[in-house]
Design a protein around this ligand. Structure first.
Ligand code: AMP
Length: 253
């Protein structure tokens, strides 16, 4: 069974974003970029499914600038087999990404697409759901456990999801979309030999035109601003003083 895993290149999660002075977005110049952390979890899960003999091939895909090749090489070093870069200078919004992924799904024929539940740069949490809608496939979002029955057993994914009240376990018929949550697994570090091996794994570059998808934006970012600065705290000397301040200054009790 072939798996498709989309991986996005984002500002590294340890880097504090700098908002451009004119409020048009986040300044990425010279900043460390990495694979979206949820996508690392998706790659790890795909590799585990292959190690369990369920998956036979893992194709990773990234949509973005030339440097996304580094993100794809990381995924290949973790164990993916083949990579596709869809080259575009403009950062596509989720609907455009979903349409491009749909075109790749029709080309590649995977039985399962495993995505991150959200990209940590735009926090959209939309691409997997839109892809399921465009394809008319079943979807299981926010997976914290994934089991896939072999095709011979009906081709089903049993997915445990973290919901407000606890854990919900659902079964979806393949082909399906799974989006992964934080507690699904702990992604492996790529070993040096695997990083070397990854350099030789196939990587194909496609243009937007190759996939014939209209990526005209539908969203306009009006303004990006820094979060409000946290006001300094005070240390109180006693519980009585705390209660008094909460009552007279904060007026919350
Ligand atoms: P989002 O809907 O933007 O929060 O992204 C959800 C997931 O869609 C990510 O975790 C990735 O798996 C995938 N994705 C979004 N944008 C891209 C992209 N430019 N290239 C590859 N995968 C992407």
């Amino acid at each position: 069974m072939k798996l498709l895993v989309p991986v996005k290149r984002v500002l590294d999660y340890n880097v504090k974003p700098r908002v451009r002075a004119d409020g048009t977005g986040v300044d990425l110049a010279g900043s460390k970029m990495s694979m979206n952390p949820f996508d690392e979890i998706a790659v790890e899960e795909a590799v585990r499914l292959r190690e369990r003999g369920v998956a036979t091939e893992i194709v990773v895909v990234s949509i973005g600038v030339q440097q996304c090749q580094e993100t794809l090489r990381t995924a290949l070093a973790m164990g993916a087999d083949r990579a596709i870069l869809v080259l575009t200078e403009a950062a596509p919004e989720p609907l455009a990404v979903a349409k491009l992924l749909r075109a790749l799904v029709l080309r590649e024929g995977p039985r399962l697409v495993v995505l991150g539940k959200q990209a940590i740069d735009d926090d959209m949490n939309a691409t997997g759901q839109m892809l399921a809608g465009l394809l008319g496939w079943a979807q299981a979002t926010f997976a914290s456990r994934v089991e896939v029955a072999a095709e011979a057993d009906g081709g089903t994914a049993t997915v445990t999801r973290e919901v407000d009240g606890g854990l919900e376990t659902i079964a979806v018929a393949l082909p399906a979309i799974v989006t992964v949550d934080l507690r699904l697994n702990e992604p492996r570090y790529a070993s040096l030999p695997n990083i070397m091996k990854a350099r030789k794994k196939p990587m194909e570059t496609l243009s937007l035109g190759d996939l014939g998808v209209d990526v005209t934006p539908r969203l306009t970012t009006l303004r990006v601003s820094e979060p409000p600065v946290r006001k300094g705290g005070v240390t109180v000397g006693s519980v009585a003083e705390l209660v008094s301040k909460l009552r007279s200054e904060a007026r919350v009790i």
